[in-house]
Design a protein around this ligand. Structure first.
Ligand code: AMP
Ligand code: GLY
Length: 423
């Protein structure tokens, strides 16, 4: 069968690697892809928000399955457009992708269906938000309702900071229309864990757990980024936490969406915080995490096409989802200066070293093929993933492999997976 992947990051590269492993797949296309994906797929110069072009391309090439990796096209309704044209697509429809697309929606859903999450209030007016903030407890969390590249969350320690935050989000519209509604949320403390799952509208199968490192610098300092590295599984995701979430979070979310007439098919990514009062949902995403996919997918044993088709067909209950009994760590190699400003266009050396190394992967995020060779073309450039029998071994392997790659301006965190030493 012919598969089209929509997206251009490390996550889409990780998806492409698993799709390429499927014996059922004869040809892979990617729109727009990157230099790494181009080694497995034919990349076409169509960007993820060019819906008409994507639909026309999928029809012309008689694509059997389109996998939408990114949040923007999912929230914008790309899956609906593909389905209207009679094409098969993996990912939630627009009315279900709202689970990620609107934080106000997801908070209201959790409240209505008693899914554990932080206390909150939604505001459409800056004035009302400011009045509320006068008497609130601090720290407090402000969230732009809509998609904001993972940057629409502000943790405010004082009323002054909160006033400034309301101004940025609601008045100055720093995140555009994403800030038309503001969610003001109780500040929680605890460890964060990501759990990704496949969903077919009614059945949910969770994948192995993972943990991201969102801040730019070692010791969780610096600005929030898309993610600087991940490990999987999380040793903090215990059987007890899993039991709790199976009872109160996972199926409850799928059932809530179905009850609302928004049956969810695709990936639900649960961002959990393990608080002293038990696990609570920080956020939902409607897609694989990036770079969570880069540690979870290499450990998945199933044929990804079988699982994705079962999600579309509503037969996920018949899939025995299995992961390897090992560990993986991903260290992101970024351009120095990310997430603020950075230079691009530097030649990347050492990519070939990964070719014959079992259990090692170099996922491309911001790269481009030029006459000079493959060059840096973004803030997050590569994700270096290694497996190991244990988390510690995987971490050693991953850091060893980061040395195989050189480029000017190369920047990475040196403490990805450090938390596992506390176990
Ligand atoms: P989100 O995009 O909702 O995952 O938020 C980004 C990050 O902000 C999370 O990964 C947390 O580290 C932090 N965060 C979000 N909500 C809260 C909260 N209610 N309490 C504490 N930290 C939070
Ligand atoms: N790594 C977090 C995300 O993909 O949203």
């Amino acid at each position: 069968m012919k598969v089209l992947i929509v997206g251009s990051g490390g996550r889409e590269h990780a998806i492409a690697v698993n799709v390429a492993k499927s014996s059922r797949v004869s040809k892979i296309y990617c729109a727009p892809g990157n230099a790494g994906i181009a080694q497995l797929a034919e990349c076409v110069p169509i960007t993820a928000m060019e819906f008409e072009k994507i639909v026309a391309f999928a029809k012309e090439k008689e694509i059997d399955l389109t996998i939408v990796g990114m949040d923007d096209p999912l929230v914008g309704g790309l899956v609906d457009e593909l389905e209207k044209a009679g094409l098969r697509a993996f990912g939630p429809r627009k009315n279900a992708a709202i689970l990620e697309g609107s934080k106000a929606f997801s908070k209201d859903l959790m409240k209505k269906y008693h899914i554990p999450t932080a206390a909150y209030e939604n505001f459409q007016s800056a004035e009302e938000a400011l009045t509320y903030l006068e008497t609130a407890n601090y720290p407090i969390v402000l969230k732009a309702d809509g998609l904001a590249l993972g940057k629409g969350v502000l943790i405010c320690n004082t009323l002054e900071e909160a006033r400034e935050g309301v101004r940025e989000i609601m008045t100055d519209k720093k995140f555009g229309s994403a800030g038309n509604t503001l969610v003001v949320e109780e500040f929680m403390t605890g460890r964060e864990v990501s759990v990704l799952s496949y969903v077919d509208g009614k059945t949910i199968k969770t994948m192995t757990s993972a943990q991201d490192h969102k801040r730019a610098k070692d010791g969780d300092q610096g600005l929030n980024t898309g993610g600087m590295g991940t490990f999987s599984p999380s040793p903090f995701y215990t059987a007890e936490v899993d039991d709790f979430c199976n009872k109160y979070v996972y199926q409850a979310t799928v059932d809530a969406m179905a009850s609302e007439g928004r049956a969810f098919k695709g990936i639900i990514f649960f961002g959990l915080m393990l608080t002293a009062d038990g696990p609570k949902v920080l956020e939902y995403n409607a897609r694989f995490g990036d770079p969570e996919a880069q540690v979870v997918l290499p450990r998945m044993k199933n044929d990804i096409i079988d699982v994705m088709e079962a999600c579309i067909d509503g037969t996920l209950d018949q899939i025995d989802l299995q992961f390897e009994d090992n560990a993986a760590v991903c260290v992101v190699l970024a351009s120095d200066g990310y997430p603020v400003s950075y230079e691009k266009g530097y030649v990347i050396n050492g990519l070939d070293t990964f070719q014959d190394k079992e259990g090692y992967y170099v996922f491309h995020a911001g790269t481009k093929q030029t006459e000079k060779g493959i060059v840096t073309n973004g803030g997050r450039v590569l994700g270096v993933t290694a497996k190991g029998a244990t988390l510690k071994e995987a971490r050693e392997n991953a850091y060893k492999a980061t040395e195989w790659i050189t480029f000017e301006n190369k920047y990475m965190r040196h403490d990805i997976g450090k938390a596992i030493d506390e176990v």
